[in-house]
Ligand binder design. Structure first.
Ligand code: NAD
Length: 348
């Protein structure tokens, strides 16, 4: 399919196809928009079945980063990269360094960071070849995942206050899908606030840890959608809100870390129709990139944490706007993000 006609193409500024025969690297870097600053966005490594799947992910995720940074008022644009391959089998230092070479060739227009399948250690390997890497120990701010989890926690509290009439999560059951870098930290915040957890992961060891540490109830991966709980926190992969899962959801709130939770934009309206309050993914999961925006020699954790906590207010504003304009929260978030994006003059 011609790329300019691709359904997920949304005026992306630049799309780079990267191939390095020696390391076997096949990757795509998508720069969606640099109006507010360099395109910042993580790198995902995943065994995509087709090239189109990889491209679709890069196009959607990079657009989400533009909206995320605009809503969080960061001096960043939106970008994202994907590496085709299985991180457990195909990831080598030479592949990561080849990827970093392509990032370097963009001269700072794209800043890479970790995402699914790419860890902080991997980002630090890339740093040997390019300085355009965020979220490493050298940057001062460190691993973005705990900040993402804290932002999601604050967002869940905002959603609970709006929909359940209580800010505290005491006694509220929350179904957490995915216990990786973000999900595991999130469970700690939720458990400390008194929430009761139902958890799932395709990695049985992660589930056992959550059972032990948080007295969580284990649920089979496919059964998570039917779990009786007030809140569903998707923290694994995207597209979990779709035509198949929607009729099964009995939750009152969907609020989690995963990117691209809605399989298609229309599923935002479908959630609203079922009276399920949706915390738009790119608003609630902005904690990591907010933390990155504080990187540097003068990094102050307390300042970064305060900034991340503002996700609570942004989400509350979106929920109120959705109510008053009678539109889905996903639409209210897009409207606010576009207003913030367009408030910055376009570069000459
Ligand atoms: P991760 O790879 O560390 O964790 C993902 C977890 O989900 C893994 O434990 C994996 O086994 C599990 N999983 C995969 N498929 C599953 C399934 N079908 N059912 C249940 N569990 C499944 O990734 P992460 O960094 O924790 O990110 C999680 C999500 O949050 C991703 O969508 C990512 O894009 C998004 N996100 C992450 C950050 C961050 O700071 N890491 C920031 C913003 C958004």
């Amino acid at each position: 399919m011609p790329i300019f006609m691709h359904p997920e193409f949304d005026a992306h500024e630049e799309i780079v196809f990267c191939h390095d025969p020696e390391s076997g690297l096949r990757a795509i870097i998508a720069i969606h928009n640099t109006r507010r600053g360099p395109a910042v966005g993580g790198c995902r490594m995943w065994p995509y079945a087709t090239e189109d799947e990889a491209l679709t992910d890069a196009l959607r995720l990079s657009r989400g980063m533009t909206f995320k940074s605009a809503l969080a008022d960061l001096p960043f644009g939106g970008g994202k990269s994907v590496i085709v391959g299985d991180p457990h089998k195909d990831k080598t230092d030479s592949l990561l360094i080849a990827m970093a070479g392509f990032v370097e060739s963009l001269g700072g227009r794209y800043i890479i960071a970790e995402d699914v399948g790419i860890t902080q250690d991997d980002a630090e390997i890339m740093q040997r070849r390019t300085a355009h890497v965020a979220g490493t120990r050298a940057g001062g701010a460190g691993d973005p995942s705990p900040s993402t989890a804290y932002g999601v926690y604050m967002g869940i509290r905002a959603a609970a206050a709006h929909r359940l009439g209580q800010e505290s999560l005491k006694g509220i059951r929350i179904a957490v899908q995915g216990l990786g870098q973000v999900g595991s930290h999130l469970c700690r915040y939720l458990a400390d606030d008194g929430a009761r957890l139902s958890v799932t992961d395709i990695d049985p060891a992660a589930v056992t840890r959550a059972e032990t540490e948080f007295a969580a109830q284990a649920v089979a991966p496919e059964a998570i959608y039917d779990t009786p709980a007030e809140i569903f926190a998707p923290c694994a992969l995207g597209a979990v809100i779709n035509d198949v899962t929607l009729p099964r959801l009995k939750f009152r709130i969907v609020a989690g870390a995963a990117n691209n939770q809605l399989a298609e934009a229309r599923h935002g309206a479908a959630l609203a129709k079922r009276d399920i309050l949706y915390a738009p993914d790119y608003v609630i999961n902005a904690g990591g990139v907010i933390n990155i925006s504080h990187e540097g020699a003068n990094y102050r954790k307390d300042e970064a944490v305060k900034h991340v906590a503002r996700i609570h207010n942004t989400l509350s504003e979106i929920f109120r706007r959705a109510d008053s304009e009678r539109i889905p929260t996903s639409q209210a978030a897009d409207a606010l993000a576009l207003e913030r994006l367009n408030s910055v003059p376009a570069a000459a």
